[in-house]
Design a protein around this ligand. Structure first.
Ligand code: NDP
Length: 297
């Protein structure tokens, strides 16, 4: 068997076109231009690239982006003050704090200071709670990208065993919360999964992953998922991004696994591009919700 390669790049490009068209219509109706404020602290090279890509994507979709750079020695209190300003600025609809923040900063306190209405990463406790209850305000970007890709290829997962390796608040946990819902707006066939969430303390990881109809790797370890851990004919989604000898690789041992799987995502060109597209979606939604006068719960 040779797996179908799930092309995140072209899927993201289609989604971005749709979003750009919606932004255009929104502006034609006389509304404010959706604006994303990105806060970048310090000079981590990878973070600079990520933020630049997000800015470019915003501009291409017809949205504004505002980059706020702060030096590495910025204090938590200074960041809290900045976020208060951005929260109160009606011209800013979405706020993104690029992670990781320097070790001297209290990351949780900073993230908690972003208004839930402008929390386009969907990290705020209120937004996490709404998602768990099946009535999301914003869908978290990377998990949303995973689901969009499955939808695009018609890979239904209702009733299937989805095994997610990695339980971070950014990827694994919210993806589990999404896939287990009854319907998140993609139709019940793209929900209703039986989800197993694995992590570094899970015993017999390979025995669990071998039972997966859909296996998602979101760990950050090259080649963690080897062919002996994958069921024949399964769908393998590799969220991991690792730099090895100046090349980007995922968490999945791609070539042998692609000989077993029915479908697989490449790295790069898989989930990464979708994450940015979903950030654009949330920025537009944020602008629309604020225009309707939605208040925090
Ligand atoms: P975290 O480091 O926050 O989480 C990693 C998770 O993997 C943890 O739950 C950890 O378990 C688990 N883990 C670590 N080692 C093992 C192991 N040997 N077996 C099983 N589980 C293990 O990472 P993120 O979720 O932020 O990111 C994961 C990967 O996805 C990274 O490579 C990151 O670069 C990439 N990423 C890609 C994005 C994209 O757009 N494509 C977006 C975000 C992330 P424990 O909780 O027990 O420590």
């Amino acid at each position: 068997m040779t797996a179908t390669v799930l092309d995140g790049k072209s899927t993201a490009s289609d989604l971005r076109e749709t979003i750009a068209e919606e932004v255009h219509q929104w502006l034609e109706q006389g509304h404010a231009r959706p604006t994303l404020a990105a806060v970048l602290v310090g000079d981590d090279p990878a973070s600079q690239v990520y933020v630049r890509n997000k800015e470019r994507a915003c501009e291409k979709a017809g949205m504004h982006s505002r980059l706020i750079r702060k030096p590495a020695d910025t204090t938590t209190a200074q960041l809290l003050e900045l976020l208060q300003e951005l929260n109160g600025d009606p011209a800013v609809h979405g706020i993104l704090v690029q992670l990781p923040l320097p070790a001297s900063i209290n990351t949780q306190q900073v993230l908690d200071a972003v208004s839930p209405l402008k929390d386009v990463d969907a990290f705020a406790p209120e937004n996490v709670g709404l998602l768990v209850q099946g009535r999301p305000r914003y869908l978290p970007c990377t998990p949303h990208g995973v689901i969009q890709l499955l939808v695009k290829y018609g890979l239904e997962f209702a009733g299937k065993h989805v095994v997610i390796v990695g339980r971070s608040d950014i990827v694994g946990k919210p993806l589990a919360n999404m896939m287990v819902q009854r319907d998140l707006g993609f139709g019940p066939q793209f929900a209703n999964a039986t989800v197993t969430l694995c992590h570094s303390q899970s015993e017999n990881l390979a025995a669990i992953t071998r039972t997966a109809d859909v296996l998602v790797a979101a760990v950050g370890r090259p080649c963690l998922i080897t062919a002996d851990m994958v069921k024949l004919g399964s769908i393998v989604i590799d969220v991991g991004i690792n730099r090895v000898n100046d090349k980007l690789v995922g968490d999945v041992d791609y070539t042998p696994v692609s000989e077993l799987a029915a479908a697989i995502t490449p790295v790069p060109g898989g989930i990464g591009p979708l994450t940015i597209a979903m950030l654009l979606r949330n920025t537009l939604t944020a602008c629309q919700l604020q225009a309707q006068g939605q208040q925090a719960k």
